[in-house]
Write a protein that binds this ligand. Sequence first.
Ligand code: GDP
Ligand code: MG
Length: 273
Amino acid sequence: MTKLYQRKIVLLGDPGVGKTSLVQRYIYDRFHRDYMTTLGLNFYVRTFEYPDAEVKLMIWDIAGQKSRRKIGLRYLQGASGALLTYDLTKPETFNNLSGWYEDLRTANNQKDVPVILVGTKLDLAQTKQLPLSFNLKTLGDTPAAKANLIFTSAKTDTNVDAAFNLIIQQIVSGVIPIPDISPKIIEKISTKILFFVKKGDAWSKVALNHIEKVAKKFALEVETIDAETDPQIVDAYGVTAYPTIIAGGRHLVGIVQIAHLESILHQMLEKSA
Ligand code: GDP
Ligand code: MG
């Protein structure tokens, strides 16, 4: 019997940061310079099929460019995940993310809803040669401060799928039971760092550099698996977002988590000692 799950994802962030552009790129693979600002809500659905389950994701986007004050908590209620978006060319929009996150928690009985931090308009930031800012301090010690961070451009279609995949993977991992992992795979995990990449992903190179350094310290081997050439291996490990590494049986997804690889390995080794 196939089980059907419905989950809600909301897009949050200041007016004009590029929420609608992001979701339109994701769903329709298109980019417009100007969007009609209509009243109400834009609403998108994507369904993902798994062996015994179907996950229907509803992505909610506020139509028009509403400020935080004008958005009712109802929009945020029942969200299983959120993209906290900010404009890389306007650092002040990052500082407002803590407020958005607070609203998200308030609307969901103080639950820690999974979030991804998404910097938008990467193309513009690069043209203007701006530093890619993210002031994590403004998020205090909330779970949002430890969330994955990804830089995107809806215009050039950079990392848009990846941003959605990151949040989807978090949501789905709470819904779909972890697939049985064969003993052979477990053996591999304890002696190697598995690095899953998608060709052409700009982050992969940066991440690999870092991973190899850390691996050397811990005398671990790194095995790189390409999503396109080895789809079965990717499936077997349940990887849906890139870059992902699996170390000690843990999936670390996205550049921020990968940046924490060393401390995570330290913790794991301490526990097993
Ligand atoms: P929203 O209010 O957060 O939904 O923002 P919109 O998606 O309506 O975008 C606001 C403005 O930023 C529009 O003029 C978009 O064309 C522009 N924009 C959005 N994403 C990008 C991007 O990745 N690159 C560039 N250069 N402009 C973008
Ligand atoms: Mg919009």
